[in-house]
Design a protein around this ligand. Structure first.
Ligand code: ZN
Length: 455
C-alpha cells in the first residue's frame, strides 16, 4: 500500500506541499478572526467553516492542534461604529463578539483553543513596534509609526508582488507623510475623532494598526515561527503580506510555514460583501426556515479553495440533501443487519481525501457511499459514519426522529384559520396561514384536517 502523507496547498510557494509540522504530532494554527463591529455574513462564515474542517481533519489525522483566533476589537471600523451607535467601544465589540460566537456554535464550528482580543495584547504590540524602530524597519511620521517596506527583504513574496512596479504606484488620499506608498501604519497617533480610544506608548499615545495585531498575538501564543496561518483569500494582500514583513523583520525567523487561504462566497453579481449590499446572515436563513446545518452542508460540497456561488436554490438543494442523509441515518440506527465489515476499506478512502489538501467534497462522497452500502454491517457502518462525522460535523450522533410540539399560539392560529375557512373568509384564512409560516410552521390541509409541521 502506498504511504500517504498530508499535502496542503501553500499560498507562499503556490504549490501543494507535504505537510511537516515544526513539532512532531502537533500543529500550531492561527486563523484571522472577525472585526467585531457588525453581524458576520455568510461569506465571512464560510471562511470559519473552512478553518473548522481544516482543524477537524488535522485532528482526525492524529495531530494535536492548538488554534488561536483573534477578535479585532479596535480599528477604524469599530471606532466609527461605536460612535455612530453612541455606545463605548467595548460595549459594541462585546455585543458583536457574542453574536459571532453564537454563529460558530450554531454551525457546529469547534471553538478555537484561544480567542484573543486585540485590546488585551497592546503591550505585546508596543514591544514589537519598539523592536522594529530599534532595527530601523519602522519610522515615525506625523500621524503614526510606519513600517518601511523598502527595508524589508522579500516584501510581497506571498502575494507575488512586483516590488519595483508597486513602488511606483501612488495611493491618493491616504498618503500622509509616508516615505513610500505601501508603507503601512504600525501605530496610529491619537486623533480627536478617536475619542477615548487611546493607549500610552513611549513613541506617542495612540492605537495599533490592524496588521500588527495579528503578528503580536500569534507570536505571543504560538511562538515566533509556527505551522499554519489561515484566512480568506482577500487577506493575502496587504494583511498577510504585511504580517510576514513585520514579523520576520522583528525576529529574523521564518514567521509561518504554510499559508492557507479560503475562497470567496459569491453571488450572481460578484463577491458577497457589505460594500456591494448583497449580504445574507445566518439568523436571516433561520427565519426563512433553514437550519445552520443546511448552510454547513452547502459549504462542505465545495473545496475550500474554490469559490462557491450562493443562491437560495443551492441552499434548498443542500437542505434536501442534508435531510435525506438524516432520514437514512435515523433508519440505520433502527436497523440490525449483519453484513460484511468494510470499515478499513472506507476508512482508507476517507483518510486519503483529507490528505489530498483537505478535499472535503470527496470526503463527503465517501461518507455517502458508506451510508448507502447495504452490504456493510449496519452497526459497524454507523460507528464508522460517526467517526467520519468528527470531520464533517453533521451531528450524526444527535440525529433522531423529532417530535414536533406545536406551541399554543400556533395552535390558536390554526384554529382561527379553520373558523375563517368554515365561514368562507378566504383572505383572512390566507393571512393566518402566512402568520403560521412566520412562526416557523407549515400547514397542509388533509382529509383528516389541517396538518402542522415544523419548517
Ligand atoms: Zn489577521
Amino acid at each position: 500500500m502506498a504511504k500517504h502523507v498530508l499535502t496542503l496547498y501553500n499560498s507562499l510557494s503556490r504549490t501543494e506541499e507535504p505537510f511537516k509540522p515544526l513539532k512532531k504530532g502537533k500543529v500550531s494554527l492561527y486563523s484571522c478572526g472577525p472585526t467585531v463591529y457588525n453581524q458576520a455574513h455568510l461569506g465571512n462564515l464560510r471562511t470559519y467553516l473552512f478553518n473548522d474542517v481544516l482543524k477537524r481533519s488535522l485532528q482526525y489525522l492524529g495531530y494535536t492542534v492548538t488554534q488561536v483566533m483573534n477578535m479585532t476589537d479596535v480599528d477604524d471600523k469599530t471606532i466609527k461604529a461605536s460612535q455612530a451607535q453612541g455606545i463605548p467601544l467595548r460595549a459594541l465589540t462585546r455585543k458583536y463578539e457574542d453574536l459571532f460566537l453564537a454563529d460558530l456554535t450554531a454551525l457546529n464550528i469547534l471553538h478555537p483553543t484561544h480567542i484573543t482580543r486585540a485590546t488585551e495584547y497592546i503591550p505585546e504590540m508596543i514591544t514589537l513596534i519598539e523592536t522594529l524602530i530599534k532595527k530601523k524597519y519602522a519610522y515615525k511620521a506625523q500621524d503614526g509609526i510606519y513600517f518601511s517596506i523598502a527595508k524589508s527583504k522579500n516584501y510581497g513574496k506571498l502575494a507575488n508582488l512586483d516590488k519595483q512596479k508597486k513602488s511606483q504606484e501612488r495611493i491618493k488620499g491616504d498618503e500622509y507623510d509616508k516615505q513610500h506608498a505601501h508603507d503601512f501604519a504600525l501605530w496610529k497617533f491619537h486623533m480627536p475623532e478617536d475619542g477615548d480610544v487611546v493607549w500610552p506608548a513611549a513613541f506617542g499615545p495612540g492605537r495599533p494598526g490592524w496588521h500588527i495585531e495579528c503578528s503580536a498575538m500569534s507570536m505571543k501564543l504560538l511562538g515566533t515561527s509556527f505551522d499554519i496561518h489561515t484566512g480568506a483569500i482577500d487577506l493575502l494582500f496587504p494583511h498577510h503580506t504585511n504580517e510576514i514583513a513585520q514579523s520576520e523583520a522583528a525576529t529574523g525567523k521564518k514567521f509561518v510555514h504554510y499559508w492557507l487561504h479560503g475562497g470567496f462566497l459569491t453571488m450572481k453579481e460578484g463577491k458577497m460583501s457589505k460594500s456591494l449590499g448583497n449580504i445574507h446572515t445566518l439568523p436571516e436563513l433561520i427565519t426563512q426556515g433553514y437550519l445552520p446545518a443546511h448552510y454547513r452542508y452547502l459549504c462542505l460540497q465545495t473545496h475550500y479553495r474554490s469559490s462557491l456561488q450562493f443562491s437560495f436554490e443551492n441552499l434548498e438543494a443542500a437542505k434536501q440533501a442534508y435531510e435525506r442523509v438524516k432520514r437514512k441515518i435515523i433508519e440505520l440506527k433502527a436497523t440490525t443487519h449483519k453484513g460484511a465489515d468494510k470499515t478499513k476499506d472506507y476508512q482508507t478512502q476517507f483518510t486519503s481525501t483529507l490528505q489530498n489538501d483537505i478535499n472535503i467534497p470527496a470526503a463527503l462522497q465517501v461518507f455517502l457511499k458508506t451510508l448507502d452500502d447495504i452490504s456493510f454491517n449496519s452497526q459497524k457502518r454507523l460507528a464508522l459514519l460517526e467517526h467520519f462525522d468528527e470531520v464533517l460535523g453533521l451531528e450524526v450522533k444527535n440525529m433522531k426522529e423529532e417530535k414536533v410540539t406545536v406551541p399554543k399560539a400556533v395552535q390558536a392560529l390554526v384554529q382561527a384559520r379553520e373558523e375563517a375557512r368554515a365561514t368562507k373568509q378566504w383572505a383572512e384564512a390566507d393571512i393566518l396561514r402566512t402568520r403560521i409560516k412566520e412562526a416557523g410552521f407549515i400547514l397542509t390541509d388533509t382529509s383528516q384536517g389541517p396538518k402542522v409541521e415544523k419548517i
